[in-house]
Design a binder for this molecule. Structure first.
Ligand SMILES: Cc1ncc(COP(=O)(O)O)c(C=O)c1O
Length: 295
């Protein structure tokens, strides 16, 4: 395992959220603020990039290349990490260039990343071609999820346990699955409640594939996907409003909004309120709010 490069100030804050807890009927609710880590607007991808960038530097990389949706937070943070480390960055984004650049795309361009639109082609294949085109080109896979990047959320789980050992469950959004996998590795499958955002076809398989010994059951709620990854839903709108109006905390429309909508739904069905002490992992993503077509 590589030694991670430092891209943030740790630990991230763990804040009590008493007004949101009361609204949900939870005994206690904390919010782990990985959205507040310093680099590039913050978010869970920073912890992973500490490992993937260390691997890239060890391999002699000059250019970081990665893929994502047009509003990818991972792409934005790869651009920011490349800038911080004095590397170039190429982002291969899915689909066609939108008429207007908003949200994360504005930040990608401010950080100096070159954006390549995949159009109807596969972003993953194009990323490999870009790696050949650039001397010292190094591909960081989709979502920044590699086996060593999973260690990033083992680190986070340890940090959390040192801050507050007495919690029953952590609630987290599941995209490529790396964040949940790291938490499960350290905390065990019963203490981690994942909310699928619809980024991968089979989130159970995605998370299980990253674990050394996949457990029989992973707690993954697939009830918040709606019409798919890019679609905005009414439960997400309600979740965004509730977090903002009880705690002054802004969530994003794709990941943390869905995770909060899943927490709200589970509390309403009395699934999580019985657990009592819950940590909500705020994985960032706020710039996506300004790039979402339905908001
Ligand atoms: C804001 C935010 N939260 C959560 C996730 C999900 O993380 P993972 O891909 O490790 O499942 C992502 C991934 O893009 C993200 O951008």
């Amino acid at each position: 395992m590589v030694t991670p490069v430092s891209l943030g100030a740790w630990p991230t804050p763990l804040e009590r959220a008493p007004r949101l807890a009361a609204a949900l009927g939870l005994r206690e609710l904390w919010i782990k603020r990985d959205d507040l880590v310093g680099l590039g607007g913050g978010g869970n991808k920073v912890r992973k990039l500490q490992y993937t960038c260390a691997e890239a530097l060890e391999a002699g990389a000059h250019t970081l290349i990665t893929t994502g949706a047009p509003q990818s937070n991972h792409a934005r943070l790869t651009a920011a990490a490349a800038a911080r480390l004095g590397l170039r960055c190429v982002l291969v984004l899915a689909g066609h260039e939108p008429p207007e650049w908003r949200g994360n795309l504005v930040l990608d361009s401010l950080a100096g990343a070159e954006v390549v639109w995949a159009g109807d082609e596969s972003p993953t294949e194009l990323a490999e071609l870009e790696a050949k085109r650039h001397e010292g080109g190094h591909v960081i896979p989709f979502g920044g999820t590699t086996p060593s990047a999973v260690q990033a959320y083992v680190d986070c789980a340890r940090e959390l346990t040192a801050q507050e050992a007495d919690f029953d469950r952590v609630v987290v959004a599941v995209g490529s699955g790396g964040t949940m996998a790291g938490l499960v590795c350290e905390l065990g499958p019963e203490r981690v409640y994942g909310i699928d955002v619809g980024a991968v076809a089979d989130p159970h398989a995605a998370v299980a594939a990253l674990l050394p010994t996949p457990p029989a059951t992973l707690l993954i709620d697939q009830g918040q996907v709606g019409r798919g990854y890019a679609a905005f839903t009414e439960p997400v709108r309600d979740a965004l409003k509730l977090a903002a109006r009880t705690e002054g905390i802004f969530l994003d429309p794709t990941y943390t909004g869905r995770a909060m909508a899943g927490l709200i739904a589970s509390c309403a069905a009395n699934g999580l309120s019985r657990a009592g002490r819950v940590v909500f992992l705020h994985t960032g993503g706020l710039p996506g709010l300004f790039g979402h077509p339905d908001l």
